[in-house]
Design a protein around this ligand. Structure first.
Ligand code: 13P
Ligand code: SF4
Length: 367
């Protein structure tokens, strides 16, 4: 279901949850967690709100959350505090009798919506016509289960922002060319880090079904799917120029979902885990401009009063879909689980899971 479809649906949250005070919700959530113990698992992505993160059994980047889901064999219910593709991944990696719940079905990801399976199949037949059996598909985990299944069926793998370099390197041991879905920026930044020149990168436009490339097709090594993150595209080279003009001592650190020009002008780039660890390890008094989602940037600012930390873009807002998960939705999800209901369950069908797990395991085996 795309974000637009999801937004058209009511999220189903009963009105009584909107009337509760924060203290009442905290007390109820704490009580349910205590009562359910190991039968309940509550992972949260680093971009979740503090009001949700306070209850998390674990927090992590996309790779860590996938690894944690795969390892958890005890929980009957996994209430996933993140976005739809993460909950799908958890469902694929957990056992049949474990239930994955997303507290608000409207928590999608605009980037994942930029590649659907029909577009991908059309692109593949076009590209195979052009390049023959020389292409390996790799997909960023920020993609639907159907895309992961497609990639798994065609010998490829998933990647996350923390292992993209290793996975693209592996991809080139399998085939001459990589089709990288759905984030053109992560694909471009990663391939460039591995020494692939920009002139060897083509862009597939899924709206017009065309390959954007000016040279001879023989020279193409990477085909980038024309998708992007609507949060990270808001960091610009002008933001970096302004930060450096105001204070030349500022270190700039960004997520690799930012554009190539932004990543090239930054001092560091990496996954949310890498950003958190870099700031943790930095000396007191150092200065940082961070280019990633605001819930995480605000949390890092609060946790490090000894450093000067700002958002790279002063007008940034949080990821709206990550923000769909809040205390009322979390409490609702937990009360439904406690009473044996499977409201907002995420189910990936068996055929899709069969192939998607191949793509995920090719990554997890190398992580
Ligand atoms: P990571 O936490 O894996 O760096 O991913 C960021 C992201 O955009 C998740 O949607
Ligand atoms: Fe998707 Fe971007 Fe939000 Fe991550 S930050 S969930 S990639 S829209």
């Amino acid at each position: 279901m795309s974000i637009l479809d999801a937004l058209k649906r009511s999220n189903g949250l009963p009105d009584r949850y909107k009337e509760l005070s924060d203290q009442e919700m905290v007390a109820k959530i704490t009580a349910i967690k205590a009562e359910m113990g190991d039968r309940l698992y509550l992972p949260a992505h680093h971009y979740q709100k503090d009001e949700v993160v306070q209850f998390a059994d674990d927090t992590g980047d996309s790779l860590q959350l996938a690894q944690l889901a795969a390892r958890n064999k005890k929980a009957e219910a996994i209430v996933f505090c993140g976005v739809h593709f993460m909950a799908e991944t958890a469902d694929i990696l957990t056992e049949e009798d474990q239930t994955v719940i997303l507290p608000d079905m409207r928590a999608g990801c605009s980037m994942a919506d930029m590649a659907n399976i029909h577009q991908t199949e059309r692109a593949w037949s076009h590209l195979v016509n052009l390049f023959g059996d020389t292409i390996l598909p790799l997909t960023y985990v920020n993609s639907t289960a159907a895309i992961k299944g497609f990639v798994g069926k065609n010998g490829g793998a998933t990647v996350t922002s923390s292992n993209a370099v290793a996975m693209v390197e592996w991809g080139f041991t399998q085939k001459e060319r990589i089709l990288f879905l759905p984030d053109q920026h992560l694909g471009q930044n990663t391939a460039y880090d591995l020494g692939v020149p920009l002139e060897a990168m083509a862009v597939w436009d899924p709206i017009t079904d065309t390959l954007e490339y000016e040279g001879e097709y023989d020279a193409v090594e990477v085909i980038l799917w024309k998708g992007h993150c609507s949060v990270h595209e808001k960091f610009t080279v002008q933001n970096i120029a302004q930060i450096r003009e105001n204070d030349p001592d500022m270190n700039v650190i960004v997520h690799p979902e930012c554009s190539f020009d932004v990543v090239e002008r930054s001092d560091f780039s990496g996954s949310t885990k890498m950003i958190i660890e870099t700031i943790e390890e930095a000396e007191a008094g150092t200065k940082w401009a961070i280019g990633t989602e605001m819930n995480l940037v605000n949390r890092i600012i609060q946790q490090h009063p000894d450093k000067k930390i700002v958002s790279l873009n002063p007008n940034m807002c949080p990821c709206l879909t990550m923000n769909r998960i809040d205390m009322p939705h979390l409490l609702w999800a937990l009360e439904e689980v406690q009473s044996g209901k499977k409201t907002n369950q995420i189910i990936v069908d068996q055929e899709t899971s069969f192939y998607a797990i191949k793509a995920l395991n090719r990554m997890l085996d190398r992580a």
